[in-house]
Design a protein around this ligand. Structure first.
Ligand code: NAD
Length: 396
C-alpha cells in the first residue's frame, strides 16, 4: 500500500513503516556520533519506550553506553490492510538496529500499569538480563486501571479553580483563536493524579526491588514538565501539574524503599517538545511553535534526542555536578526557561494572530515534528512507493 498521513486534530491515524524506521536510525546515528557515556548503564528498563522521550532514552542507553535494554510500550500492531501505530514500527526498528550492533534488546507490548506486565518484565530480567541499574519511567497515558481495585481512571487536562480564558491554536486550520477552558472537578483532578501521578512508578520500583532484580546503586528517573507562566494555568497549576507533583512524593518513597541498595529516584524536568502526548494539550501547540522559533533563532533549540542525550551525558552519567532544584529534581529545562528565551516568547505571545502565525512562530516546525512522529516527511524516504504495513523495510 501507499501510506499517506491521515490527521484529525492532534492524532494521525496512519504511520509510515519505512519513515518510522528512518527516524529511529537518525536518532541512533546522532548518539553514535557522541562520545560514549562515561560509566554508563549496563542493564536498562525503559517503561514507555516506543516514542516521545522514552525512545531516545533507550537509544542513549543502548548506543551511548552499550547497555542491554528492555523496553515496554502499548502499541497497535499492523494488519494486512492497516498500518501499525508509529511506536510499533519504532520498536521494530530499534530492535533490529540493536541486534545488528550486537546489543541485547527485547521489547514487550502490553499495559504497563498491570501487575501481569510487571511479572512478565521481572521474569525476562531474571532469565535474560543482569540486575537493572537504570529504570526510566516515561509513560504518558490518558487512562489507567488500578490493578489493586480494578477501577479505571481517565485523566482530564483542565485548569483548576476557575475558567481559563486563553489563546490557542487550531492545528488543522492553522488558526489562532481564544477559548474558555472549564476547570476540573475534584474527582477529575484525583483521577488525573491516579493516571499520571507517581503511584505506578512507585509500584514498579517496589515490585522490581522486592523481586531482587535491581543492581546496587540502581537509579530510576521519571520525566516531568514545568514550563513557564504561559502554560501554568493548563499544566503546572492544573490537573496535570497536580499529578506531576505526586512524582515528587513517589521519588521520596522510592528512595526510602531502595535504601538498602543505595538506589536513588529522581524526577527530571524536561523541555517542551512535540510528541503524541504534548500535541493533545490545549495551548501547547501554540506555545511550542513560539518557543521553537525563539530557541532556533537563539541557537538553543534541541530535538527530543539531543535533549535526552544531554540529560544522560551531563546529569545521569558523567562526573559533572547535577543541576538540582530545591525539590531535588534534575533540571534540564534551563535553556527553555532562560530569561532570553522566555522574555521573547512572552513578548510575542499577545501579538500572535492567524495572519502572522508563520512569521512570529515556528508553526511549520511544529507541524513538521508532528508528522515526523508518524514517519512522514523524513528526508530520503520515498512516500510514493508501495510499502508492506507489516515490515519496516522498503519493498524491493
Ligand atoms: P508519548 O506519548 O510520546 O510516549 C508515551 C509512551 O508511553 C509510549 O511509548 C507509549 O506506548 C507508552 N504507553 C502509554 N500507555 C501505556 C501503557 N498503558 N502501558 C505501556 N506503555 C504505555 O509521551 P511523551 O511526551 O514522551 O511523555 C513521556 C513522559 O515525558 C511523560 O511523563 C511526560 O509528562 C514527560 N514530558 C513530556 C514533555 C513533552 O513536551 N512531550 C516535556 C516534559 C516531560
Amino acid at each position: 500500500m501507499i501510506v499517506k498521513p491521515r490527521v484529525r486534530g492532534f492524532i494521525c491515524t496512519t504511520a509510515h513503516p519505512v519513515g518510522c524506521a528512518a527516524n529511529v536510525a537518525e536518532q541512533v546515528g546522532y548518539v553514535r556520533g557522541r562520545p560514549a557515556l562515561a560509566d554508563g548503564p549496563k542493564n536498562v528498563l525503559v517503561i514507555g519506550a516506543s516514542g516521545g522521550y522514552g525512545l531516545p532514552s533507550r537509544i542513549s542507553a543502548a548506543f551511548g553506553a552499550g547497555a542491554a535494554t528492555l523496553g515496554l510500550s502499548f502499541e497497535k500492531p499492523p494488519t494486512e490492510t492497516r498500518t501499525a501505530s508509529a511506536g510499533w514500527y519504532n520498536n521494530r526498528a530499534f530492535d533490529k538496529l540493536a541486534m545488528e550492533a550486537g546489543l541485547w534488546a527485547r521489547t514487550l507490548d502490553g499495559d504497563a500499569f498491570s501487575d501481569d506486565m510487571k511479572a512478565q518484565t521481572i521474569d525476562v530480567i531474571r532469565k535474560e538480563m543482569g540486575p537493572i541499574d537504570l529504570v526510566v519511567y516515561s509513560l504518558a497515558s490518558p487512562v489507567r486501571t488500578d490493578p489493586e481495585t480494578g477501577e479505571t481512571y481517565r485523566s482530564a487536562i483542565k485548569p483548576l479553580g476557575e475558567t481559563f480564558h486563553v489563546k490557542t491554536l487550531n492545528v488543522d486550520k492553522a488558526e489562532v483563536h481564544e477559548v474558555d477552558l472549564e476547570p476540573a472537578t475534584e474527582e477529575e483532578t484525583q483521577a488525573t493524579v491516579k493516571v499520571m501521578g507517581g503511584e505506578d512508578w512507585e509500584r514498579w520500583m517496589h515490585a522490581l526491588a522486592d523481586a531482587g532484580v535491581l543492581a546496587d546503586g540502581c537509579q530510576t528517573v521519571s520525566y516531568t514538565y514545568i514550563g513557564s507562566e504561559l502554560t501554568w494555568p493548563i499544566y503546572w497549576h492544573a490537573t496535570l501539574g497536580k499529578a506531576k507533583e505526586d512524582l515528587d512524593r513517589a521519588a521520596s518513597a522510592i528512595d526510602a524503599h531502595l535504601k538498602t541498595l543505595a538506589g536513588k529516584a529522581k524526577v527530571a524536568v524536561l523541555k517542551c517538545v512535540t510528541t503524541q502526548s504534548s500535541a493533545a494539550i490545549p495551548v501547547v501547540p501554540l506555545y511550542a511553535s513560539l518557543l521553537f522559533k525563539v530557541m532556533k533563532e537563539q541557537g538553543s533549540h534541541e530535538s527530543c534526542m539531543e535533549h535526552v542525550q544531554r540529560l544522560f551525558e551531563t546529569q545521569l552519567y558523567g562526573d559533572g555536578e547535577q543541576r538540582l532544584d530545591e525539590q531535588g529534581r534534575i533540571r534540564v529545562d534551563d535553556l527553555e526557561l532562560s530569561d532570553a528565551v522566555q522574555n521573547e516568547v512572552k513578548r510575542r505571545w499577545p501579538q500572535v494572530t492567524t495572519e502572522n502565525l508563520d512569521e512570529l512562530t515556528d508553526f511549520a516546525g511544529f507541524r513538521y515534528d508532528f508528522l515526523r512522529i508518524f514517519g512522514f516527511g523524513v528526508p530520503g524516504v520515498d512516500y510514493e512507493a508501495e510499502v508492506d504495513p507489516q515490515r519496516i523495510e522498503p519493498i524491493g
